[in-house]
Ligand binder design. Structure first.
Ligand code: ZN
Ligand code: FE
Ligand code: FE
Length: 166
């Protein structure tokens, strides 16, 4: 049964459930992104973020325990769509560097979605005086931000240059 949203607390739980499902979908998708990436730094970045993403899911599980809610019951439609766009890019028959640039673009869309969602959840937790939970959410938010910046760095360092002429 879907959770009824009646106040900021139930909205926070709703957002956390959505994030938990989003992270779960991403844990399935990131190995495929890593396999499709040709640039070694990009491959490593996807693999490293998979490790972080597993930790993000674990952190959410700990938060649900603290709030005494089950983590399931919500499907993140947006993450499903973002991952679909990523897998279409994986299936493209494009030159290596061009495809890598496209994979980065798809992955950055994912990171920005997560950053928006974690930012909201962190702010709600703060407002509800759930300081520990807000701090944990901030830690994950910082890691999503760092992952996004790292992807920008990889794109700027070589991939985009090499992709110019296909
Ligand atoms: Zn995450
Ligand atoms: Fe969502
Ligand atoms: Fe992420």
């Amino acid at each position: 049964m879907p959770l009824k949203i009646v106040d900021l607390h139930s909205l926070l739980v709703h957002e956390l459930k959505d994030l938990y499902n989003a992270e779960g979908q991403l844990i399935e998708a990131l190995p495929k992104m890593a396999a499709a990436a040709k640039d070694p730094a990009l491959k490593t970045a996807f693999r490293d973020h998979l490790t972080e993403t597993r930790e993000h899911a674990r952190r959410l599980e700990a938060i649900f325990k603290e709030l005494d809610f089950a983590p399931g019951g919500q499907h993140c439609d947006a993450m499903e769509g973002l991952i679909k766009e990523g897998s279409s890019m994986i299936d493209e028959d494009a030159p290596d560097d061009v495809k890598d640039a496209g994979l980065i673009c798809a992955a950055q869309r994912v990171e920005h979605y997560e950053m928006a969602a974690y930012g909201c959840a962190r702010t709600f937790a703060r407002r509800l005086r759930l300081k520990n939970i807000a701090d944990v959410l901030q830690t994950t938010l910082d890691e999503e931000g760092a992952a996004d910046k790292k992807l920008t760095k990889i794109a700027m360092s070589s991939i985009n240059d090499e992709a110019v002429d296909g």
